[in-house]
Ligand binder design. Structure first.
Ligand code: AMP
Ligand code: GLY
Length: 436
């Protein structure tokens, strides 16, 4: 089988490893944005280009007799790469541009959920100017979130009490978005614990993945600026220690109802991954946002634990006969930690040599934003290397990840607290207090 992989971060490195573990003989053709030595080693052909250049990607696919494509990041979905491949009769794991609005337009998703009576949405209102903004914020008791409507690379959301210290701050951010010609949503601020619950979808049937918690803030104890995600963990029972079975069931139901709503709305099947970013609150599970792809770092936890054959799973999505049995996971815990350049995310140092030779288990390495020049590995200013470990408990997995990530040499840092008992106890206590 010839498989096209679009993207070249740690998420795509995890995908490439999962493809290569399949019983089916495969050739990977990677259309990459950077020189990732981990993916390159697993690929038959590795081409660097603009991952939003749909025509070049479709030509690359045709030239290489691709059987199907897997799209890693959101930018090529938004650019319509799945639509372009479809014109060549090449199926993809990833939705068409129209269906990817689930991620690319926050108002689209909120309106879809409202129209189809899907529970779990906070109060919200859509704005394209400042009229009524203050009144709506007041009606939420000053607990609110401002969200730019489109993709903003994680910079489009500001939360009261967190980034916005007063109503005047909130209005100023809205004015900023209006000046950029942007439309935005104001939402009720949800209080609780965030978790990710992703499902594979063939358009009708879902196969759910394990629950995972990501860590968005740059520094220990959830301080510092927001990042793409500094690391993540999952537990051996596939639910997180602060979640109930009902929370998991609610998240499954919301994902299932959304896929059905998409089909009813567009008469088109959503094939790929639906990634729910949820908040467990005292009143049950709420949806914060949807993504139309694997999470990064969540993908590393998920695929490190996947016991079933990933290529068979992709084929079931394409054929439309997906069952939960296609996505079976080891009853183990996992911890993923990212090493990132000093100064990340605001002022990262760039193009410094890093050295992974001291890492004992090289299988745990997932390369992200790196470059390889004259046999030297360089960081390129963003999340650099993810270490992912699997063990019987979260604490055991954390010890392994921590000891290995420390062996990477170079001007990098990571969050020592991800997956530690101390941090997890805090999450459990927070939820227990809320539910009282
Ligand atoms: P998003 O880009 O929608 O994932 O938002 C980024 C982050 O903002 C989320 O991971 C949450 O931490 C926070 N956030 C977004 N919406 C809400 C909300 N309604 N209530 C509380 N926090 C939110
Ligand atoms: N885990 C955050 C993201 O993939 O968007």
């Amino acid at each position: 089988m010839n498989i096209l992989l679009v993207g070249s971060g740690a998420r795509e490195h995890a995908i490439a490893k999962a493809i290569k573990r399949s019983k089916k003989p495969t050739n990977i053709f990677c259309f990459a944005s950077n020189n990732n030595p981990g993916i390159k080693e697993l690929s038959s052909n590795y081409k660097i280009g603009k991952i939003t250049d749909t025509k070049t990607i479709a030509d690359f696919a045709k030239d290489n007799n691709i059987d199907f494509a897997i799209i890693g990041p959101e930018a090529p979905l938004e650019a319509g790469v799945v639509d372009k491949l479809k014109e060549q009769n090449i199926p993809s794991i990833g939705p068409t541009k129209k269906l990817a609005q689930l991620e690319t337009s926050k108002s689209f998703t909120r309106n879809l959920l409202r129209k189809y009576n899907i529970p779990g949405g906070p109060k919200y209102k859509y704005f394209s100017d400042i009229n009524g903004v203050k009144e709506f914020i007041d009606s939420l008791g000053g607990n609110y979130v401002v969200k730019a409507d489109g993709l903003m690379g994680g910079k489009g959301v500001k939360v009261s009490g967190d980034h916005l210290q007063s109503i005047a701050d909130g209005i100023a951010f809205c004015e900023e978005l209006i000046a950029q010609d942007g439309t935005f949503l104001i939402e009720e601020k949800l209080i609780g614990q965030e978790f990710s619950l992703l499902s594979f979808s063939d358009g009708n049937n879902l196969a759910h993945m394990i629950a995972i918690q990501d860590h968005k803030r740059a520094f220990v104890n959830d301080t510092g600026p927001n990042t793409g995600g500094m690391g993540s963990y999952s537990d051996s029972d596939h639910k997180l220690p602060f979640l109930t079975n009902t929370d998991i069931e609610q998240a499954h139901k919301i994902n299932q109802a959304t896929i059905k709503a998409i089909k009813d709305e567009f008469n088109e099947e959503y094939k790929g991954i639906i990634y729910g970013g949820f908040m467990a609150t005292k009143n049950g599970v709420n949806l914060i946002e949807y993504n139309a792809r694997f999470g990064d770092p969540e993908c590393m936890n998920i695929l490190s634990l996947l016991e079933s054959d990933f290529v068979e799973l992709c084929l079931a999505i394409i054929k439309g006969n997906l069952t939960q049995d296609h996505a079976r996971f080891a009853k183990k815990a996992s911890v993923c930690k990212y090493a990132v350049p000093i100064g990340y995310p605001d002022n990262p140092i760039k193009n410094k040599i890093i050295d992974v030779s001291a890492v004992e288990n090289k299988e745990l390495i997932h390369y992200a934003s790196v470059d390889m020049k004259e046999n030297e590995l360089y960081e390129t200013g963003s999340r650099t290397i993810a270490i992912v470990s699997v063990s019987d408990s979260i604490s055991d997995a954390e010890l392994i990840a921590e000891s290995e990530i420390k062996k990477i040499k170079g001007p990098l840092f990571h969050r020592e607290d991800i997956g530690t008992e101390e941090l997890i106890e805090k999450r459990i206590k927070m939820m227990a207090d809320l539910r009282k």
